[in-house]
Design a protein around this ligand. Structure first.
Ligand code: COA
Length: 160
């Protein structure tokens, strides 16, 4: 039987519990998920791609169904190269919809073989973004319920 494999792409600067919620839900649908950090020099990042991959590897080290990787260039080309025919994304709120809809249709145009699948996170994560976590953390706010302990430590190291 063919393995159901999905790519979960994003900036993950840093990964949050909202991202993990989507990955965990995705694992109930797919056999394997490739969490892939986009290499995007035009977006100012707090953590390097290597650091972001290390944080994700650390979180999923004991789960053989989750692979951590990075990519640059067209997402659909990367997905084909990895043998995945699904792109997994989270939809947090209606405000995500327009951007995600545009991206899904463009990706479909570029490669109709690759499908986009959207999952909704738990309501407690719908307000969450990596930027908001970085802002709260830099102002010494408590982010312990928003990111894994290992990520919280890295945030403190970088920002405080
Ligand atoms: N929980 C918490 N936060 C979430 C989240 C979730 N479930 N889902 C998204 N977010 C947040 C991210 O943390 C990020 O926050 P930030 O802006 O504060 O950093 C924000 O939402 C954006 O999400 P992200 O997943 O990083 O998306 P992106 O818009 O940076 O990148 C790609 C989306 C990588 C899928 C897209 O840029 C891409 O495919 N690029 C490749 C080029 C390409 O193929 N282009 C043509 C296709 S249109």
């Amino acid at each position: 039987m063919n393995e159901k494999k999905a790519i979960y792409p994003g900036s993950f600067d840093p990964p949050t519990n909202g991202h993990l919620d989507i990955i965990d839900r995705g694992l109930t649908v797919f056999d394997a998920i490739i969490v892939s950090v986009i290499v995007n020099p035009s977006k100012d990042a707090l953590f390097s791609v290597k650091e972001r991959k290390e944080m994700l590897c650390d979180i999923y080290s004991s789960n053989p169904r989750v692979e951590i990787d990075s990519f640059e260039g067209l997402l659909v080309e990367y997905a084909s190269k990895k043998g995945a025919n699904t792109i997994l994304r989270g939809l947090r709120a209606v405000s995500d919809f327009e951007y995600e809809f545009q991206m899904a249709l463009m990706n479909r145009k570029l490669n109709p073989e690759i499908k986009s699948v959207y999952l909704m996170p738990s309501p407690e994560f719908t307000f969450l973004s990596s930027s908001i976590v970085k802002e709260v953390s830099s102002l010494r706010g408590d982010v312990s319920t928003l990111v894994p302990v290992s990520v919280e430590k890295q945030l403190k190291k970088k920002l405080l």
